[in-house]
Design a protein around this ligand. Structure first.
Ligand SMILES: Cc1cc2nc3c(=O)[nH]c(=O)nc-3n(C[C@H](O)[C@H](O)[C@H](O)COP(=O)(O)OP(=O)(O)OC[C@H]3O[C@@H](n4cnc5c(N)ncnc54)[C@H](O)[C@@H]3O)c2cc1C
Length: 537
C-alpha cells in the first residue's frame, strides 16, 4: 500500500494504470461484490481487500470524484442537481403545504461523502445503545462503537485519549480558524445556558447535548471523502477492482442464495458472480429498490408491479427517516465570507426539558439557505442561516416501485411532519433558533433577523411547512432488528436469504442524532468485521 498523501502523483498514475488493467480484464467471478462506492461501501470494500488473497469488486453507478466541485470544500452546493446527484424528488406532501421536496443523494465515487457538507458527527450514545437493543447484539452498543471510532479516526484536534484515535484512515479535523459568526454561535449558546465543548464528538454526545466548533473531513484544504480515506490508498492493489459507470439492477440467485449481481454497463446487461457474498451499499433509496427488483420485499407490493416474490420482507422500503430542517436567517451588518465548508459550528439540544438526550440538531450555515417557498419572503444578500432540524423525528415515509422496470423512478413518500409530535418539536426548534440568533453575541455581526420574525399560531406553523427541507439524511428503509418489519439481523444478513448483506444507511433502526456519514462508516466497519469473521479472512 502507498500513502497517497506522501507521493500523490506517482500513486495516482499507478492507481489509474492498475484500475484500467483490472476493469479491462473484468472477471466473471469475484469473492465478494460490494455494490455502491459511497460511505459504507468504501469501508467494506477496503477492509475486505486488506487481505491480499481476497478478490473484491466494488461497483459504482456514477463516475470519478476528480472534480473541483467535489474537492474544494466551499463548493459543495454546486453539486446539487448535477450528474453527481441522483436527483430524487419526494411526492407532494400535504403536511408541507403540498410541496414536493428534492431529496439529493450522491452518485459517483464517494457517494454522499463526495457531495456532502463534510460534517463528522458520530451519533449519540443513546442511538447506538438503541441499535444494540433492536438487534439483540451488544456489539452495536456505544462502548463497542466508541472503540471502532477510536480505531478509524486520525483526529487532529485537542487530544482526548479515551474517545479519539489518531492512527486510522479517516482524517478528522475541527474547522480551522473558524469565522466570527461560528464563535458567536457558541457565545450565544452560553448566554442561553447551553454548554459548549471542545468538540461535538466527545463527551457532548453522551448527555444532553451542547454546542461546539464542527469536526469535518477536510485534509490540507481538500474534501477527504470516505472513498478517499479508505479506497484511494488501495487503488493500486491487484485484488481490488473499482468499476464505475455500472448500475446494479438486481441480485442474481440460485434458489435463496445470492450468487452475484445483474448489472448494466455501457448499455450491456451482464451477470457478475460472487463466490462468497454480495453486499448492498447503495444507500437508503437504491438498496431497497434493488432488493424489490430482486423479489425481496412486501409480497403484495411486489405482485402489484408484477415482480415474482423470492422473499416476503414487508419492511423493505418502509420506515424511511430523514432529519427535516427549517432555516432561520439573519442579515449580516457587513458581509462575512464563509470559511472552510461554510458550516463551522454545530449544536444539539432538547425541545422539552425532561428529555435526557437531544432531539434537535443545528448546523450553522454561513450564507442564506431559504427553501424554494421561503425565498419569496425576501432573502438578504449577505447573511447566515441556522439550519435547524429534528434529530429524532417520529414521522416515517415509504418507498414504492411504480413498475417492474429497474430504470423507472420510485414513488418516494417522505411523509415529513405527518406525526403531530414533529410539529410540536419544530415549533420549539424555531423558538430556540430565534433566541440564539437574536442573542447579544450576534448583535455586532448582524443587522437583524430576516426570517421567520415574530410569528405565532397558524402563521408560524405555515412557516414550518414552507421552510421544511431535507437534511439529506435518508435512512432506515431496510432496518436491522428482530421484528417482522426488520430486513437484516445484527450481522446485517438479509433475512431468509444466504450470501446477501446490507451495509449502508438503510439498516439503521432509527436515524442517528446528527449527520449520518460517520454512522455509515461504522456500519461499514461492522459489516466488514462480521464478513471477515464468517469467512475467516
Ligand atoms: C448534499 C448532502 C449533504 C450532506 N451533508 C452531510 C454532512 O455534512 N455530514 C454527514 O455526516 N452527512 C451528510 N450527508 C449525508 C451522508 O452523506 C449520507 O448519509 C451518507 O453518504 C450515506 O452513506 P451510504 O453508505 O448509506 O450511501 P451513499 O454514500 O449515498 O452511497 C451509495 C452509493 O451507491 C451508489 N449506487 C446507488 N445505486 C446504485 C446502483 N444501482 N448501482 C451501483 N451503484 C449504486 C451511489 O451512486 C453511491 O455512490 C449529506 C448528504 C447530502 C446528499
Amino acid at each position: 500500500m502507498t500513502d497517497y498523501q506522501d507521493d500523490p502523483q506517482a500513486s495516482h498514475r499507478r492507481s489509474v494504470a492498475n484500475q484500467a488493467l483490472l476493469t479491462a480484464g473484468l472477471k466473471a467471478s469475484y469473492d465478494f461484490i460490494v455494490c455502491g462506492a459511497g460511505a459504507a461501501g468504501s469501508v467494506v470494500a477496503r477492509r475486505l481487500a486488506e487481505n491480499e488473497a481476497v478478490r473484491v469488486l466494488l461497483i459504482e453507478a456514477g463516475g470519478s470524484d476528480e472534480a473541483e466541485a467535489v474537492l474544494d470544500p466551499g463548493l459543495w452546493p454546486t453539486n446539487l442537481g448535477t450528474e453527481r446527484d441522483w436527483g430524487f424528488v419526494a411526492e407532494p406532501n400535504p403536511h408541507l403545504n403540498g410541496r414536493a421536496l428534492p431529496m439529493a443523494m450522491g452518485k459517483g465515487l464517494g457517494g454522499g461523502t463526495s457531495i456532502n457538507v463534510m460534517v463528522w458527527a458520530r451519533g449519540h450514545r443513546a442511538d447506538w445503545d438503541h441499535f444494540a437493543s433492536e438487534s439483540g447484539d451488544a456489539r452495536w452498543g456505544y462502548d463497542r462503537v466508541l472503540d471502532i471510532y477510536r480505531r478509524i479516526e486520525n483526529w487532529q484536534g485537542a487530544p482526548d485519549h479515551s474517545r479519539r484515535g489518531s492512527g486510522g484512515p479517516v482524517w478528522v479535523q475541527p474547522a480551522l480558524d473558524p469565522s466570527s459568526v461560528a464563535h458567536a454561535l457558541l457565545d450565544a449558546a452560553s448566554e442561553l445556558g447551553i454548554p459548549t465543548f471542545d468538540s461535538p464528538n466527545g463527551v457532548m454526545m453522551e448527555g444532553e447535548g451542547g454546542a461546539a466548533i464542527t469536526d469535518m473531513l477536510v485534509r490540507n484544504g481538500r474534501r477527504h471523502s470516505l472513498f478517499r480515506a479508505y479506497i484511494q490508498p488501495y487503488l493500486d492493489r491487484p485484488n481490488l477492482t473499482v468499476l464505475t459507470d455500472t448500475t446494479v439492477e438486481r441480485v442474481a440467485f440460485q434458489g435463496k442464495r445470492a450468487i452475484g449481481v445483474e448489472v448494466v454497463r455501457g448499455g450491456q446487461r451482464q451477470i457478475i458472480r460472487a463466490s462468497q457474498e454480495v453486499v448492498l451499499s447503495m444507500g437508503a433509496m437504491q438498496t431497497p429498490k434493488v432488493l424489490m427488483h430482486s423479489g425481496i420485499g412486501d409480497e403484495t407490493e411486489l405482485r402489484r408491479v408484477g415482480i415474482p416474490v423470492r422473499q416476503h420482507l414487508p419492511g423493505v422500503g418502509g420506515h424511511l427517516q430523514d432529519h427535516v430542517s427549517f432555516g432561520c436567517t439573519w442579515e449580516y451588518a457587513e458581509p462575512i465570507a464563509p470559511r472552510n465548508n461554510g458550516s463551522e459550528a454545530t449544536m444539539y439540544w432538547k425541545s422539552r426539558p425532561e428529555l435526557t438526550a437531544p432531539d434537535l440538531l443545528f448546523c450553522q450555515v454561513e450564507f442564506p439557505v431559504p427553501s424554494e417557498r421561503t425565498a419569496a419572503r425576501g432573502v438578504p444578500e449577505h447573511g447566515w442561516t441556522m439550519f435547524a432540524g429534528l434529530a429524532q423525528p417520529r414521522s416515517r415515509g415509504r418507498l414504492r416501485l411504480m413498475s417492474d422496470d429497474p430504470a423507472a423512478p420510485m414513488q418516494i413518500d417522505a411523509n415529513m411532519l405527518s406525526d403531530p409530535a414533529d410539529m410540536e418539536a419544530a415549533l420549539a426548534c424555531i423558538e430556540l433558533c430565534r433566541e440564539l440568533g437574536n442573542a447579544a453575541a450576534f448583535r455586532p455581526l448582524v443587522r437583524g433577523e430576516a426570517m421567520p420574525g415574530k410569528l405565532t399560531g397558524d402563521a408560524l406553523k405555515d412557516y414550518v411547512r414552507d421552510s421544511a427541507v431535507t437534511y439529506w439524511h435518508q435512512t432506515c428503509t431496510a432496518k436491522m432488528g428482530r421484528d417482522e418489519q426488520s430486513v437484516v439481523d445484527g450481522d446485517l444478513r438479509v433475512y431468509g436469504i444466504d450470501g446477501l448483506r446490507i451495509a449502508d444507511g438503510s439498516v439503521m433502526p432509527r436515524v442517528t442524532t446528527g449527520n449520518t456519514q460517520a454512522p455509515c462508516a461504522i456500519i461499514g466497519e461492522q459489516a466488514a468485521d462480521r464478513l471477515r469473521e464468517a469467512h475467516r479472512i
